[in-house]
Design a protein. Sequence first.
Length: 193
Amino acid sequence: MPTFRESMAAGARLIGPQRNDPIELADYDAAWPGRFEQMRARLAAALGDTARRIDHVGSTAVPGLAAKPVIDIQVSVPDVEDEAAFRAPIEAQGFGMRWIELGHRYFRPPAAAAARLPGPRVHHRQRLGARPRAVSRLPAQPPGNGSRVRQLKRDLASRYTWNRIGYNDAKGPFIESVVDRAQEWAAASGWTP
């Protein structure tokens, strides 16, 4: 997982000004899966066959885990470089393109669009990729120590309250180690998405 600076050096582009909203963690909310399902249905209807998969990813997808109260959604499309196939339908749902890098696009509600979404900003982003990630639909408790994750996130949220890029970069190595262990577990157990 490259840092923000590494991604920018490799040609990624940030669209619009950088905002540093505070990092605020919330205890797990049993309503998060339902909020994902509502947006998944909207995106599926808007994208049709263009969406190969629509997955709930990130911390809000893990029961019991504290998280920024924002639903992360990954949409897998046949060709992420073919923006004409997916950009307009996603933007019609109130999300603006925010980040462009080879193999990925990142959308979130711009300030103006967030006001049009029902309720508070709960669907922060969609990250589009040409290939689904094998770990995006792991069972509810993949290998790893949930209390260690909670403590790390709380420590980083305290240290990087006004620096989202620093927060994401700082948790990157830990997330990569968890993903690596989860992929090893999936291979050893025969689990597939």
